[in-house]
Write a protein that binds this ligand. Sequence first.
Ligand SMILES: C[S@@+](CC[C@H](N)C(=O)[O-])C[C@H]1O[C@@H](n2cnc3c(N)ncnc32)[C@H](O)[C@@H]1O
Length: 272
Amino acid sequence: MDRTTDPDPDPAPTASRRARVAGVYDYYLGGDLNDDVDREFALRMMASVPEAPEVARLNRAFLARAVRHCARAGIRRYLDIGSAIPRVGTVHEIARAVVPDARVVYVDIEQEAVAHGRALLDGTPGVAMIEGDLRRPDDLLARPEVRRLLDPGEPVALLLLGVLHYVSDADGPGALVTRYREAVAPGSILVVSHGTDDGAPQPVRSMVDITEEGQTTAYMRTRAEVTAFFAGFNLLDPGVVFLPRWRPEPGDEPGSPRAAVMAYGGVGHRAT
Ligand SMILES: C[S@@+](CC[C@H](N)C(=O)[O-])C[C@H]1O[C@@H](n2cnc3c(N)ncnc32)[C@H](O)[C@@H]1O
């Protein structure tokens, strides 16, 4: 089954259901908001590609640097689509260290992730978590939480980290990003991270194969394809690069040789 064509892919939790992307990701990051199916899948992945948790950590470190960049640029609103469970090193915590009144809407397609996220965020002012599908921008942009966040005069950070590689070419990921760009004010910032097999084809191919056995399809893209998502944005230096190479900070994990080249990251500002 290609779950990217199924907007409600969460059957009752039986041993035969697919692992949830957010649950597996939580396991990689050392969390406990995952179940047996997620853990079994994560362990199967790690037996074949031991770097999987490291890639998740490198992605979170990139997210932290990129969100700090947004906050230092004065961004007070964040739309994080495909957020998974906002648990450790969350966008609102990182942004609020710089901009104390930063507001965040977290969006994920997985009901379970949204339920966990809401429980964790309960009572946190200025932060919401909703269930939604990146591939349905008009529905998502019409949601009251998102409408309240998006003000025509106020730039936002549009965070699409580790999610566009679940969108097939048939679903037009470039056109989707364009639709979101049109909905945000000039000065808004796009942050993207995305899996690639440019750097380490063999382990990434294994990752994709195991992901497919787990009933989720992932679409790796080249540097040029990821760069194309920034059409209409001014891509900041150093451009679209392997995650640890995007403005590394002292103390950041450099990443092992294979993990360091399994995903790209980039940040762009919408000029007009
Ligand atoms: C690998 S996690 C990335 C989490 C977080 N953005 C990060 O980079 O740390 C990908 C998340 O995207 C979610 N996702 C996948 N397809 C989606 C879609 N079409 N719309 C919204 N969320 C989606 C998954 O449920 C999962 O929680």
